[in-house]
Design a protein. Structure first.
Length: 295
């Protein structure tokens, strides 16, 4: 083990050890949980690692180079640790995991063995099984800009640079009716044109689904009510009265970026790319062959 704590190394060399494993799990919503396979709680790094979770891990597979380190963790579902409804809601998707080998008699003697994220998460029979993927997993994602007409940025991200808290681009409101966690109906509200929120996001700000959100498929009037429809249902119950945040949507077109958001300086597409018919046209078919512009 490279970088092994010298005191822990000396302890391991004795042949009679008092070691256990500890895991810290940090969800994307900021919730941090600590687990250990020891028979008592441990505390370090400002976090208490609980022993009553039934969490255990399989062998860690680690390699040199850029291969992805991986392992799996097994545990019991309970109301005090990892709950089935939170897994169903996607709250653990992509959560960060850190795993240590710890001397439980002196937690200062510890070694960080694994760091990565939760991949596939399965549950059944009151238990769960999580695939843990190492940091090099992120290198498998394609990066770089795409040469295309639509903008490749996500509204509000670093490339886009638009501040989603700008007045007139979001609204917080409670729904009057909710259908299948997917369609939300509101009393009419002014200040926002029809389709203003199409391609945007709906985010739940309180209630059991707090922090969850979805992409908006449709925004318009349904009789006398304003209706917002998502592409996919939310993965937790939303009740009438829960506060929802509606964020304006962008269809990735240059004209939308320029007129709706006044953000054309940061447009990440290439709106002047000629179409396929133009680019593959046989030059001999043109009426003018003087070498000038074809437009």
């Amino acid at each position: 083990m490279s970088g092994l704590d010298s005191a822990l190394h000396a302890h391991l060399q004795t042949g009679v050890t008092t070691t256990c494993r500890a895991w810290a799990l940090e969800r994307k919503d900021g919730v941090v949980l600590g687990f250990t396979d020891h028979d008592g709680p441990l505390s370090f790094n400002g976090l208490t690692f609980r022993a009553d979770t039934g969490l255990s891990a399989l062998a860690i597979q680690q390699t040199t180079g850029l291969s992805v380190d991986n392992t799996e963790a097994l545990g019991a579902l309970s109301d005090t640790s990892i709950r089935e409804e939170d897994i169903e809601a996607g709250r653990y998707d992509g959560a960060e995991i850190r795993a240590w080998l710890v001397n439980w008699q002196d937690v200062r003697q510890r070694h960080l063995q694994f760091r990565g994220t939760i991949g596939e998460l399965r549950r059944s029979g009151g238990a769960f099984e999580a695939e843990l993927r190492g940091l090099t997993e992120a290198l498998n994602r394609p990066l770089g800009r795409v040469y295309q007409k639509p903008c490749s940025a996500v509204l509000g991200d670093r490339s886009c640079g638009f501040d989603m808290n700008t007045s007139g681009y979001s609204k917080e409101v409670a729904a009057d009716e909710i259908e299948d966690r997917r369609v939300f109906r509101f009393a009419p509200f002014g200040g926002f044109d029809a389709e203003w929120f199409r391609h945007g996001r709906l985010i739940v700000l309180d209630g059991t689904a707090k922090g969850l959100g979805g992409l908006i498929k449709r925004d318009g009037m349904d009789g006398k009510q304003r209706a917002i429809e998502l592409w996919h249902p939310l993965r937790a119950d939303v009740r009438v009265g829960d506060i929802l945040r509606l964020e304006a949507g962008c269809d990735k077109r240059a004209v939308t970026c320029r007129l709706k958001f006044q953000n054309f300086y940061n447009f990440q597409g290439f709106p002047d790319i000629p179409g396929d018919d133009w680019s593959i046209t046989d030059p001999s078919r043109s009426s003018s062959l003087d070498g000038g512009s074809r437009r």
